[in-house]
Design a protein around this ligand. Structure first.
Ligand code: ADP
Ligand code: NA
Length: 338
């Protein structure tokens, strides 16, 4: 049987992924490569929608790929590639942009958020059309163009739902105007994905753009700072290790991280730490976090030492992705009238 196809992308906008990226997305990438025909993309075109440094972008793209491999993404099972290596992404984005209403694009709430944070350089048109490029990323990999009922799956968090809805709308609009070509993609909620909050502000999401260094754990961080951050994580004035999203957001976040990394259920953790206070709980959690990420950090550094091997992986990924993307674009060009 043909496996359902999944597409997911991540931006190379930091020197390391963080714990939230890992538990909310990347760990599921590794799991899904066994059950899906997976296309995983480091989306460097998206990363230039805000001001960037070319050398830094190039390095971060490599580091992102190395981390994904170190986490267990297998380039022989999944198609792992860099967005800019497949020029069809930009070409399809242009076509889809010409099908998008200006007002329709203007309703994207993430743009409103992000543009309000842009500094003196101002907001680019690229940031405005970002969701259209995202639509192209997904639709290029529509399985067997024209086939009914075989939607590509896209893992999305709440903040990406509106963009996926736009992608579905654009797929249908293209089909209506030019003939059946795309299958509207479907949102996929991967089992086991956990939402992780900031260690210092437990009501806010752990985020590379918004969290302070003390609030975020980087995958590539050394064990020392990792332990310190967890020991200093904000909890509450109580002493009970109990899951309560409203009254104990800090402890609840730590329980969620512990359970997700170690596999012990939250009720079992509550029982284990009954009456023992926060100190031992945090100390054990710190160990679990260090044990999870130390091998990933070591493998990443090793992979980065062998540029040639990394380049071979990327060439293989680009070739496989290009095969599918080129076929889709051939149909698109023909239908649009090129
Ligand atoms: P950031 O918010 O740090 O900029 P991104 O928006 O680039 O991260 O997110 C990349 C992926 O990681 C997305 O799939 C997103 O849903 C997931 N992700 C990011 N932060 C978290 C978090 N705190 N908890 C769970 N998943 C997260
Ligand atoms: Na973000």
């Amino acid at each position: 049987a043909v496996r359902p196809r999944v597409f997911s992308g991540i931006q190379p906008t930091a020197d390391s992924f963080h714990l939230g990226n890992y538990l909310g997305a990347l760990r599921q990438w590794v799991a899904m490569q066994d059950t899906h025909d997976a296309f995983y993309c480091v989306v460097d075109l998206h990363a230039i929608t805000i001001e960037h440094d070319p050398a830094v972008l190039r390095r971060r793209t490599k580091v992102a790929i190395a981390q994904l491999l170190a986490m267990g993404v297998d380039p022989d099972r999944a198609t792992l590639f860099v967005q800019s290596h497949v020029p069809e992404h930009a070409e399809l984005a242009w076509v889809l942009g010409c099908l998008t209403g200006f007002g329709e694009a203007g309703r994207m709430t993430q743009f409103k958020d992000k543009s309000s944070k842009q500094g003196t350089g101002g907001t680019s048109v690229g940031l405005f059309t970002y969701p259209i490029l995202q639509a192209a990323d997904i639709l290029l990999y529509t399985p067997d163009p024209g086939a009914e009922g075989r939607a590509i799956r896209v893992p999305v968090g709440e903040d990406q739902r509106q963009h996926l809805e736009l992608t579905r709308t654009l797929a249908q609009r293209f089909n209506h105007r030019f003939g059946e070509t795309f299958v509207p993609p479907e949102a996929h909620i991967p089992p086991g994905a956990a939402k992780i909050t900031d260690l210092q502000e437990p009501d806010a999401k752990m985020s590379k753009s918004a969290s302070s260094p003390q609030g975020i754990i980087d995958v590539l961080e050394e064990p020392g700072p990792m332990r310190k951050k967890i020991m200093r994580a904000v909890t509450d004035t109580g002493t009970e290790v109990v899951y309560d999203e409203e009254k104990k957001a800090g402890v609840t976040n730590l329980l969620r991280i512990f359970s997700a990394l170690d596999g012990t259920s939250v009720p079992d953790l509550e029982r284990r730490y009954e009456g023992s206070g926060y100190g031992q709980f945090k100390k054990d959690l710190a160990q679990v976090v260090v044990d999870t990420f130390t091998p990933i950090r070591e493998r990443t550094l090793k992979l980065l030492d062998d540029e040639e091997q990394l380049d071979r992986v990327l060439a293989q990924g680009a070739e496989r992705a290009s095969g599918v993307a080129a076929r889709t674009m051939e149909i698109v060009r023909e239908r649009v009238g090129f």
